[in-house]
Design a protein around this ligand. Structure first.
Ligand code: SF4
Length: 277
């Protein structure tokens, strides 16, 4: 797409998917400075809050900016967590699991923590083994527990839209959670449950070798970065997990509760997209 107006339309479609205010592009000739699409609010008195990416790193008018930006536009480095790998000479099967399917089999039979007691299905995660982006959430909810698939239901639909907005179809992303069984009443997983389950995630990351990890929600971020810092404090930095960049953002379920977080989430996923290139 080389035409500026077409780029602007694509951008506005992305904003619409993410819940931005409507903006109508007039059909006439491009207005304003060269390369700047003529925008007007969708209704009289409406605020032009969907003006393309004002204040967004690496953004400019008429630029869909799903494209990579110079590294200088990236946020500063943050935390780095490099946990030791599993002992290949032990009897622990997780570090030796040769594939994502093998991990899913181990998860299906796992009774290591109390979360196995109430589950209907385990939810190991899904996606290609060579995904460039790996998304990590907290744990399965009701629909995930019923289906055995991660990020389905309303929050999953929103994640699918977010990924489409950065031109990464869901099918090309590996999507999983910190814990693979549903905590009762959707409570937060407890520390010992996370500690019991996280070796599966670490092995999944080793196998997929993503270019970027997107940690959605505080539990995912704090686990991957081994910190108690709040999600707000962890955003807008490029952290590292065993050398792989980690971007922290809100969980889609939180976005459904608080639409004001859609804009910062959009900023975060665009950083992840830029890192992928
Ligand atoms: S949550 Fe993880 S560690 Fe606990 S039973 Fe399920 S798969 Fe095993």
């Amino acid at each position: 797409m080389s035409d500026g107006r077409a780029l602007a339309r694509a951008f506005l479609e992305q904003q619409r998917l993410l819940g931005g205010d409507p903006v109508i592009l007039p059909d006439g000739a491009t207005q304003g400075a060269p390369g700047t699409p003529g925008l007007r609010p969708g209704s009289v008195g409406a605020q032009a809050t969907a003006t393309p990416t004002s204040g967004t790193p690496g953004a400019s008018s008429g630029n869909t900016s799903a494209r990579p930006a110079p590294a200088a536009d990236l946020p500063p480095p943050g935390l780095s967590f490099d946990p030791p790998g599993g002992d290949l000479f032990s009897n622990d099967p997780i570090p030796q699991a040769p594939s994502l399917a093998a991990i899913a089999q181990l998860v299906a039979a796992c009774t290591t923590c109390r979360l196995c007691e109430g589950r209907r299905h385990t939810v190991p995660g899904e996606g290609p083994g060579d995904a460039q982006l790996l998304v990590v959430g907290e744990g399965p909810g009701r629909v995930e527990d019923e289906t055995g698939r991660p990020f389905v239901g309303p929050a999953g639909e929103l994640l699918t839209k977010i990924l489409a907005a950065i031109e990464l179809p869901r099918e090309r992303v590996f999507i999983c959670n910190i814990v693979k069984c549903r905590p009762p009443e959707n409570r937060q997983p407890q520390y010992d449950e996370i500690a019991a389950c996280v070796p599966y995630l670490f092995r999944q990351i080793e196998i997929v070798k993503p270019k970027v990890i997107l940690a959605m929600g505080g539990t995912a971020a704090q686990t991957l970065l081994n910190t108690k810092q709040s999600l707000g404090a962890l955003r807008n930095q490029v952290h590292r997990f065993r050398g792989t960049p980690v971007i922290v953002t809100y969980h889609p379920a939180a976005l459904l509760r608080n639409p004001n977080w859609k804009k910062p989430t959009w900023d975060d996923v665009r950083i992840a997209r830029r890192l992928i290139g």
